[in-house]
Write a protein that binds this ligand. Structure first.
Ligand code: SF4
Length: 85
């Protein structure tokens, strides 16, 4: 299992960064191609938050505890089986 972030929901509130015991997440700036893939609403949201979002940077360290899924105030994180991502 690895966490997958919904780019149209994430608002970089960093609850996942704080709660994950294994440092799987970091807050980073969206690239231009990543911004281009967002919905109009997603682009507006991203702009309002400085184009910053959470990124999965150490997926291999995920222990599938589910803490990030529960902590995210935007319900932006799902755990998915690696082969289905
Ligand atoms: S499921 Fe647990 S270990 Fe995996 S990224 Fe979320 S908080 Fe971290």
């Amino acid at each position: 299992m690895i966490p997958v972030i919904d780019r149209n929901r994430c608002e970089a509130k960093a609850a996942c960064v704080e709660v994950c015991p294994y440092d799987v997440f970091e807050i980073r700036t969206l690239s231009s191609p990543q911004r281009a893939q967002l919905s109009l609403r997603g682009r507006l949201k991203a702009w309002a938050h400085g184009n910053r979002q959470a990124f999965v940077v150490r997926a291999e360290d995920c222990h599938a505890c589910g803490l990030c899924v529960k902590a995210c105030p935007e319900q932006a994180i799902q755990l998915r089986v690696l082969s289905s991502v």
